[in-house]
Ligand binder design. Structure first.
Ligand SMILES: [Zn+2]
Length: 235
């Protein structure tokens, strides 16, 4: 299954399904995200070569294939992943494959699968990378993740339980709030709401407590850390 940021179409592919079975994520947040009581902020530094940037990604984020062939982009991506790592107190996970491709004239897209994040470059690398890492971690921590896509995505995956999707789409009050504080696109499915909200939180946007409650309700990753940080800010 892969998710494209703009169209968010999901397609099945044999190879990814085979790989999925090898990397099948655990299904509870407690299983996946072990607590690190002695967490220390990771220091980002600008690497001087692609090889150095690739080593930084492997050492700190367990990214085995950091497929970025441009040094400024590699540094930008490492700085964003460091930021996410620090905000989530070292708990954010990254897939073994992260790639960035330049494609002239194409609109920006991002995709997230069980073992990879792929970005087609445009000007918004930072936001897209955060968004896809949001999807990736949501997928790892929520056993209901595959019930939270758009209707076409859920159906393409052969899932018949639409209860979570229906609840989200019928909650008009919350959808209004999401449209106002996150973006219209975030109203397209619970999974998009979580990824878009993750993006806003990592970017430091002030959000009302109701949004954090919805984020918890739809099993958004690191909801406890984000809520705690919110209450610290409000003191
Ligand atoms: Zn998305």
């Amino acid at each position: 299954m892969k998710i494209s940021f703009n169209s968010c179409s999901i397609t099945n592919s044999c190879i990814y399904h085979k790989l999925n079975s090898l990397f099948r994520p655990a299904k509870s947040e407690a299983d996946v995200f072990c607590r690190t009581p002695k967490f220390e902020n990771l220091q980002f530094f600008k690497c001087k070569t692609i090889k150095e940037a690739s080593d930084f990604a492997e050492k700190n984020f367990n990214i085995l294939n950091f497929d970025v062939n441009n040094l400024p982009d590699a540094n930008l991506m490492n700085s964003i992943m460091t930021k996410i790592f620090n905000i989530t107190e070292g708990q954010a996970k990254y897939p073994p494959v992260v790639s960035l491709k330049r494609q002239k004239g194409s609109r920006f897209t991002g995709e997230c699968g069980d073992i990879y994040i792929s970005i087609i470059k445009n000007k918004k690398i930072a936001d897209i990378l955060i968004h896809e890492i949001g999807h990736y971690n949501h997928q790892l921590c929520s056993k209901n993740y595959f019930k939270m896509g758009k209707l076409s995505e859920i159906e393409a995956d052969g899932i018949t339980d639409l209860s979570i999707y229906d609840k989200f789409m019928n909650d008009r009050k919350s959808l209004k709030l999401i449209k106002k504080y996150i973006c219209p696109y975030a109203t397209s499915s619970p999974a998009e709401f979580v990824a878009c909200t993750f993006e806003k939180i990592i970017n430091g946007k002030q959000l009302p407590p109701e949004i954090y409650d919805l984020y918890s309700k739809y099993e958004g990753p690191f909801a406890d850390i984000f809520k705690r940080n919110l209450s610290i800010k409000q003191v």
